[in-house]
Design a protein around this ligand. Structure first.
Ligand code: FAD
Length: 525
């Protein structure tokens, strides 16, 4: 069947099945290269996300064939007399419906064959520029595929997320952080250029030099200003191997002092430093069941009681040093030199060594294990907070040793510091007003197993309690991957940046049709 026939078929079904509010002839006239679908499978997929907490059915789903398809669709929504909304969906790994829309079209940026996106200046697969050390990628490309493509040239992006089955456009709309952020900044600090379809349906190239207002608005912009169709990402020579080390602490201030010391070692490539600094909190003995802790061999279980945890809580520092086989003879001395300044519990050093790609792709292995046990597709009431360094000890007392009590872990609790000077103030993202701030990520899964403390309701209430605790204690946290439902909360979240955020919205998406699932703006008719 030709594309046109398929489209006509889709539109007819659309009219019959959902009583579309948009004039169907407008969509028919789009003449997209890709496919506009009302297939129940596509609609169902686009209604859900990783959070499995909220659900909104779009009227149709576009599998774009090119950036021009996206421009045509958005322009049609912008010019349409009744108006309809358009939400880009990366890999649908949001928690609270951020990529969903109930009265519009979802654009599936990832998935399906990429071959059809050739033409109109679009990308069949990541294009590496060796001399310039950058890669051009489609906005819906998954980071795992970016990595595989660049490794063919011995190169890799510098800044990562812990999990690579996320889309480039999705993480750049938020920030994109992992243990490299203290040194390289978040992923949004490692982008040279973007192609963006604005809310008026214009396809624009932007960078520091060209259309810079749009460039900075889109980075960390929660999808509010445009749809990223291409990103140019900075590369570095890819290391071959990784020395991966975990050590434990029972004293919180010793733990954070060491983390802060390690992230102060950044900057010059010649500075001796770890390449990745993260950490996590262990509030119960479920360490071995913790979905990211396969590292601790079951033959060598760690008992909180055996290492004298203070208040029943342990802290694990996680660090890595990259190296090449040709320079492998110095790795032991380098690691030793860095570790001799740390004050962890001496008997708790866990070390492993693995290829770079296996380290970066580590969470996917945990995913496969959880999928095998039917524990992946469950609700995820995640809460991610940026916490100013000056108040992190209060959070430890009030949350890790207080609110969380000694409940079952239900998922990892990450904690690691970052340097604010690696974040570009001009981007849309907001971080606490201190030079060093922490990510505290409660990445918990809700289970329907009869245990009250693992239920969705219990964990959601606990998240609310944590936010109220911070509010009452005057701890000025900022949510990362934020979720709010009222204008007042969003204004409070953006603080000084709200006016600029609002003005940028009026300029680039004046009908407020993009990414309405973030619930920041209501579409105008
Ligand atoms: P989606 O959920 O599909 O979309 C997110 C938002 O971005 C939506 O508002 C959507 O409309 C918009 N959007 C999507 N694509 C585009 C585009 N091309 N242009 C403009 N807007 C777009 N984050 C970290 O920073 N570090 C981590 O280590 C990390 N680990 C994670 C591990 C797991 C298992 C999961 C589920 C998430 C993790 N995240 C992490 C969060 C992740 O960065 C966000 O979920 C992010 O939204 C990327 O997911 P996605 O590509 O599926 O985007």
């Amino acid at each position: 069947m030709t594309t046109k026939l398929l489209l006509t078929f889709a539109i007819c079904r659309l009219i019959v099945t959902v009583g579309l509010t948009v004039d169907p002839s407008e969509l028919l006239r789009l003449g997209v290269e890709g496919q506009l679908s009302v297939d129940p499978y596509d609609v169902e997929t686009a209604s859900l996300d990783f959070g499995l907490i909220s659900r909104s059915e779009p009227m149709a789903v576009l599998h774009p064939g090119s950036a021009d398809d996206i421009a045509r669709l958005v322009q049609s929504a912008y010019l349409s007399s009744q108006g309809f909304t358009v939400s880009a969906r990366g890999h649908g790994h949001s928690i609270n419906g951020q990529a969903q829309t109930s009265n519009g079209v979802v654009i599936e940026m990832s998935g399906r064959s990429r071959g059809s996106r050739l033409g109109s200046g679009n990308l069949a697969k990541p294009q590496v520029a060796l001399k310039e050390m950058h890669v051009d990628v489609w906005g819906g490309e998954l980071w795992i595929d970016v990595l595989r493509s660049t490794l063919e040239h011995g190169l890799a992006p510098k800044s990562w997320t812990d999990y690579l089955y996320l889309s480039v456009g999705g993480t750049l709309s938020n920030g994109g952080i992992s243990g490299q952020a203290f040194n390289h900044g978040p992923q949004i600090s490692n982008v040279y250029e973007l192609d963006v379809v604005t809310g008026k349906g214009e396809l624009m190239t932007c960078s520091e030099e060209q259309n810079s207002k749009l460039f900075h608005a889109v980075l960390g912009g929660l999808g509010q200003f445009g749809i990223i169709t291409r990103a140019r990402i900075a590369l570095e020579p890819a290391p071959q191997r990784v020395r991966w080390i975990r050590v434990l602490y029972s004293n919180f201030s010793t733990f954070t002092r060491d983390q802060e010391h390690l992230i102060s070692l950044h900057g010059e490539p010649s500075t001796l430093k770890f390449d990745y600094v993260e950490g996590f909190v262990i509030v119960d003995e479920g360490l071995i069941n913790n979905w990211r802790s396969s590292f601790f061999s079951p033959r060598n279980p760690v008992k909180i009681s055996s290492v004298g945890a203070n208040g029943g809580v342990l802290y694990c520092l996680e660090i890595t040093k990259n190296y090449d086989e040709s320079t492998g003879d110095t790795i032991d001395q380098e690691v030793e030199a860095l570790m001799k300044n740390l004050n962890f519990i001496p008997s708790t050093v866990f070390t492993t060594d693995l290829p770079y790609i296996d380290f970066l792709d580590r969470v996917h292995k945990a995913e496969l294990k959880l999928r095998a046990k039917d524990l992946w597709e469950v609700p995820h009431p995640w809460l991610n907070l940026f916490v100013p360094k000056s108040r992190i000890a209060d959070l430890d007392r009030g949350v890790f040793k207080g609110i969380l009590g000694n409940n079952k872990t239900s998922g990892p609790i990450l904690i690691y510091p970052m340097n604010k000077n690696k974040w570009d103030k001009r981007s849309s993202v907001v971080t606490p007003d201190e030079e060093v701030f922490y990510l505290v990520a409660l990445l918990r899964s809700a289970l329907d197993n009869g245990e009250e403390t693992q239920s969705l309701e219990y964990l959601t209430d606990q998240n609310r309690e944590i936010l109220s605790f911070c509010d009452d204690a005057g701890i000025k946290v900022k949510q990362y991957l934020p979720h709010y439902t009222t204008r007042e909360e969003w204004m409070d979240h953006f603080g000084d940046k709200w006016d600029q955020f609002y003005q940028r919205k009026m300029e680039f998406d004046p009908r407020r049709i993009l990414a309405t699932g973030q619930r920041i703006f209501n579409p105008s008719s």
